[in-house]
Write a protein that binds this ligand. Sequence first.
Ligand code: C2E
Ligand code: MG
Ligand code: MG
Ligand code: MG
Length: 294
Amino acid sequence: AAKRAGRNAYAVFSPSMSRSVLEEAQQRVDLERGLEQDQFVVLYQPVVDMTTLRMTGVEALVRWQHPRDGLLGPYRFIATAEANGLIVPLGRWVLREACAQLARWRRATPAAAGLKINVNLSARQFQYAGLVADVAAAIGDAGVPAGSLTLEITESMLMEDVAGAIETLGALRALGVRLAIDDFGTGYSSLNYLKQLPVDIIKIDKTFVDQVDTDADDVALVDAVVGLCRALRLETVAEGIETDGQWLMLRQIGCDHGQGYLFGRPGDAASVTELLDRQPEPEPHREADLGRQP
Ligand code: C2E
Ligand code: MG
Ligand code: MG
Ligand code: MG
């Protein structure tokens, strides 16, 4: 044990170790400055109806426009922000920005009236005591309906403290926001928990989508999850759809919604405005419009 402690103590001062500690400290300072100086941006990826292909919502995905390193994806900074707690103010900023952007789309075009927005929560944010108040303020200040916001959480965030998680989810749901389990299938949540959890949407992880057009086992798995969700009255979203074959199979299985490069990559707010302007009116409106044609 002494030897192990000694080795650990030494490891703190080893060149490779001290470099990563230094890097983390540097990134903390960078992140704080980034927040102060508005270096973060939110991109939006379409979520579509699997049968009509209409965009029903978008997922907000954060990026960091780093002054030295360029545009960074979440894998480059979310873990550090999570470790040092800066994820709480950063996540609050994403939430507020996403709600404000939804309000801008709603003001800009009637096509955005039913548009939903999804925002990812991190584990630390989910445990943060001020979360429910932050969410209430974000939708209230933006003036968007609570039901247009979906918060995404992962299975691992729920399993640490199931009773506490159910309480937080209940408080969020009481605001009227919807809740989704992200990356479903990659964690260890039991079917029993799924029944207890007050959630509305299951997002089936990309790993089950990748071979769903060629692998019978994946077809069986996704089919079982979709069947289960239907029984529990949960909506399903398939993540990471890249090919027609995947889309057609998932549509046949009966997945409600889809997200992936096939339908659209994450883009800026203007790209979503363009999509909204281009997409056909929903059926009843289109019929009404046709009725007015001379
Ligand atoms: P996620 O929530 O599961 O988001 C989906 C990720 O898959 C996004 O990566 C998206 O760009 C990517 N993706 C979507 N369709 C496809 C596809 O067809 N093929 C492939 N290869 N990838 C696809 P991104 O934007 O890099 O985000 C990665 C993860 O970072 C997210 O996974 C989420 O867990 C986290 N994240 C993103 N934004 C936030 C945020 O604002 N707060 C927190 N806490 N986490 C965030
Ligand atoms: Mg997500
Ligand atoms: Mg996901
Ligand atoms: Mg994820």
